[in-house]
Design a protein around this ligand. Structure first.
Ligand SMILES: [Zn+2]
Length: 316
């Protein structure tokens, strides 16, 4: 199988390199193959959009570093008015633990790797914090519980599902009007239990320090795929926006939407609270991309499915 690698090249070389060679495994003929990669130097936590022409047989995009698979996302079809304007795209999230440096995205068909794109992960610093948990919260977090296990398996099955429906093309809006944040995406956390033992984790979303009863709204249009109580996250709502892209709202005092309904950006999902594992009233807002935690701020600052930008790159 023939492959061509691309690195960081300036100006005209870059344009020339938007072609990579797709090997036809049956008769060894090669077909010119174009792609778009946005952004080209993502930071840990950032979503990365990979797009290829609609005629390709791309099935999944796999982010690799140092020979290790970091994350994978399935391609989905994005229709457009003209046949030539349609494309296939996959949205990945660079894991928050990724080191800066050279990485690679493998484009895979059912038969194997059909293209490789080299990219560079930019450096990013995260804050550290220690959280003291009382006995009740220590128990919620640390005690084994079959119900908790069942809930996390159910959640994982939702978050790793890649549908076909595109509900939102635009940027996301913050779910509350308050800008007061008590925790940030990617915070390195140490939980100190009531018995003195500790455990570490990485904060998966953004915490807004809003009082109990604050209206929480959908960040973009989509379909409610979960609206129920969970032991760790309390009253929880999950919305599907794009194939593999979900927003999550935790610790609500009250849920005002039902599973299966469609919502628009700004639709009230419920009221904030402190249910589940919460040391005080706040809204935990999280975005998942093919199961991986992604930085919600990246979705506020730009659309992950910017048709014009993607088509501009594929056709140039
Ligand atoms: Zn949180």
């Amino acid at each position: 199988m023939k492959r061509v690698l691309f690195g960081r090249l300036p100006g005209i070389l870059y344009v020339l390199c938007f072609y990579f060679v797709l090997a036809n495994s049956v008769n060894a003929q090669t077909v010119p193959f174009r792609y778009a990669l946005i952004p080209e130097n993502p930071r840990p936590g950032e979503p990365v959009t990979v797009a290829v022409s609609a005629g390709s047989n791309a099935r999944s995009a796999v982010l690799m570093m140092g020979g290790q698979r970091l994350t994978r996302a399935a391609f989905f079809f994005v229709p457009a008015d003209g046949e030539a304007q349609s494309f296939m795209t996959a949205v990945l999230a660079v894991p928050a633990t990724t080191r800066p440096g050279r990485a690679q995205i493998n484009i895979e068909s059912a038969a194997g790797i059909i293209g490789e794109i080299v990219l560079h992960i930019a450096e990013r610093e995260f804050v550290s914090e220690t959280i003291d948990l009382n006995e009740t919260l220590s128990s919620i977090r640390a005690d084994p519980d079959p119900q908790k296990t069942a809930e996390s398996e159910y959640l994982w099955a939702i978050l790793t599902r890649t549908g076909v429906d595109i509900y939102s093309f635009g940027t996301f809006s913050p779910p509350v009007t308050s800008t007061r944040r008590t925790s940030f995406f990617g915070d390195r956390r140490v939980f100190r239990y009531a018995n003195g033992r500790t455990d570490t984790s990485i904060h998966a979303g953004v915490d807004y320090g809003v009082p109990k009863g604050t209206p929480v709204s959908a960040c973009a249009s989509g379909k409610v795929v979960l609206a129920r109580f969970r032991i760790v996250t309390g009253n929880s709502v999950i919305i599907e926006h794009l194939p593999g892209v979900y927003s999550l709202y935790y610790h609500l005092d009250k849920i005002d939407v039902a599973e299966g309904v469609m919502v628009s950006a700004g639709t009230i999902l419920g009221l904030s609270g402190a249910t589940g594992l919460a040391t005080g009233p706040h809204l935990h807002w999280e975005i998942r991309v093919s199961g991986e935690n992604a930085d919600p701020d990246a979705f506020i600052s730009r659309p992950v499915l910017d048709k014009d930008a993607i088509l501009g790159k594929i056709s140039n």
